[in-house]
Ligand binder design. Structure first.
Ligand code: AMP
Ligand code: GLY
Length: 430
């Protein structure tokens, strides 16, 4: 079958890499893709939110499945757009409809969903411009640090964690009264700060049954030791040592099952990934957030660990036969290190020539912000390439990821040097 993947990051390269190995695949298209996805299929110069162009492309190229990478097209309703069109409605879209995408598109919606269905999460309240003074009063009752979340999508920047009360109040005012994040901060969720280690758990559902994919840990800050600004993610490890069988059983019983049942009770026909961001609170999972897509760079360690044919897995989702699917995993550890542009997550320049890619032997180089230009592969974004390696221990895998990262260069390139270190200490401390 012909397949179209929407998106252009490392996540989409990992999807494309895996699907290009499927025996069910005829032609693979990626829109808009990057220089890495172009090695797995055909890139199509089309935005992932340009629904009319996607419609024309799908119909003219006999596409039989659309896999949505990022949240934007989902929150904007690509699934509903297909269902409302007589010529498209039989083509499966892997990704939830708009009402399901609200789990990521609105923090207030997702908090209400968790409370309604008894899913453990931080205590919270939601405020608007009209209730700004109530927001101040709520902050006064909490102890620092404070967690303020713009309700809507804010390009990953909508969560602010001030460490004192005056800053928290100023931030709340900036978000609500001064529209710091535009319409996305017309509502703000204030919640209790959770301590602990974060874990990303991924679930794939056909709306009836579900499969829990390998869990992963992401490294969000730009600097070693988790210092500095938040990024999209600087590296990842899967599996995660503290997420053992007993812990994952708790996650399944307390979070995954109530989430799937909650969606069903709420009449949301969810199809696709649910990415559950968890805080491990003294051995108990608490949900920080839902995303309605796979994580990036988590995908670059999760997808390579799936031995089964990914396209067959998606077909099972589309046909609502996921419960029958025999799901096979690689038991080895996968690590990835993300190489980014100098200046990221602040300002950075595009167009730097990337060298050494042909010498990468120890890892898979998943491209994120890259494109081909005049016979070169050049940078085209903040996060550039993720180097994914496998081994039987985190130490060995991460060593290979770093050998690969040190093989590749471009002006200003940077990566964290401590990916996986905390987990190695955890393993050795046991
Ligand atoms: P989000 O955009 O919801 O992923 O939040 C960004 C990051 O903020 C999360 O990955 C956490 O590191 C942090 N965060 C969000 N909510 C909380 C919370 N209630 N307690 C502690 N940290 C949080
Ligand atoms: N790596 C975190 C995310 O994809 O949101």
């Amino acid at each position: 079958m012909n397949v179209l993947i929407l998106g252009s990051g490392g996540r989409e390269h990992a999807f494309a890499w895996k699907i290009s190995q499927s025996k069910k695949l005829s032609k693979l298209f990626i829109a808009p893709g990057n220089a890495g996805t172009a090695m797995c299929g055909t890139n199509v110069q089309m935005s992932s939110t340009d629904f009319p162009s996607i419609r024309n492309f799908v119909l003219s190229h006999d596409v039989k499945m659309v896999i949505v990478g990022p949240e934007d097209p989902l929150v904007k309703g690509i699934h509903d757009f297909f269902l409302a069109d007589d010529l498209l409605k039989h083509i499966p879209v892997i990704g939830p409809p708009k009402n399901g995408a609200q789990l990521e598109g609105s923090k207030d919606f997702s908090k209400q969903f968790m409370i309604r269905h008894g899913i453990p999460t931080a205590a919270y309240a939601t405020f608007t411009k009209e209730t700004l003074n109530d927001g101040y009063a709520f902050l006064e009752k909490l102890s620092p640090p404070y967690v303020l979340k713009a309700d809507g999508l804010a390009a990953g920047k909508g969560v602010v964690i001030p460490h004192n009360l005056p800053e928290a109040k100023a931030e709340l005012k900036a978000m609500l009264a001064d529209a710091k994040f535009g319409i996305a901060s017309s509502k703000v969720v204030i919640e209790e700060f959770l301590k602990g280690i974060e874990l990303s758990v991924f679930v794939l559902t056909d709306g009836i049954s579900y499969k829990i994919l390998p869990a992963a840990k992401d490294y969000k800050r730009i600097g070693d030791g988790d210092e500095g600004l938040n990024t999209g993610g600087m590296g990842a490890v899967s599996p995660v040592p503290f997420a053992d069988e007993a812990y994952l059983k708790k996650v399944e019983e307390q979070v995954v099952i109530p989430t799937i049942e909650g969606l069903r009770k709420d009449g949301i026909p969810y199809v696709g990934f649910i990415f559950i961001g968890l805080m491990n609170d003294n051995g108990n999972p608490k949900v920080i957030e839902y995303n309605v897509r796979m994580g990036d760079p988590e995908t670059e360690v999760v997808i390579p660990r799936i031995k089964s044919d990914l396209l067959e897995l998606f077909i099972a989702v589309a046909e609502k036969k996921l419960s029958d699917f025999k799901f096979e995993l690689d038991s080895r550890i996968a690590t990835t290190v993300m190489m980014v542009a100098g200046g990221y997550p602040g300002d950075y320049e595009n167009g730097k020539i990337i060298s050494g890619l042909e010498n990468v032997k120890e890892a898979i180089a998943f491209h994120a912000g890259t494109k081909s230009e005049n016979g070169n592969i050049v940078t085209n974004g903040g996060r550039i390439i993720a180097f994914t390696a496998f081994a039987n221990t985190i130490d060995e895998a991460i060593k290979l990821s770093y050998v690969a990262a040190n093989t590749v260069k471009f002006e200003g390139c940077y990566f964290r040097k401590d990916i996986g270190q905390d987990l190695m200490r955890l393993v050795k401390g046991k």
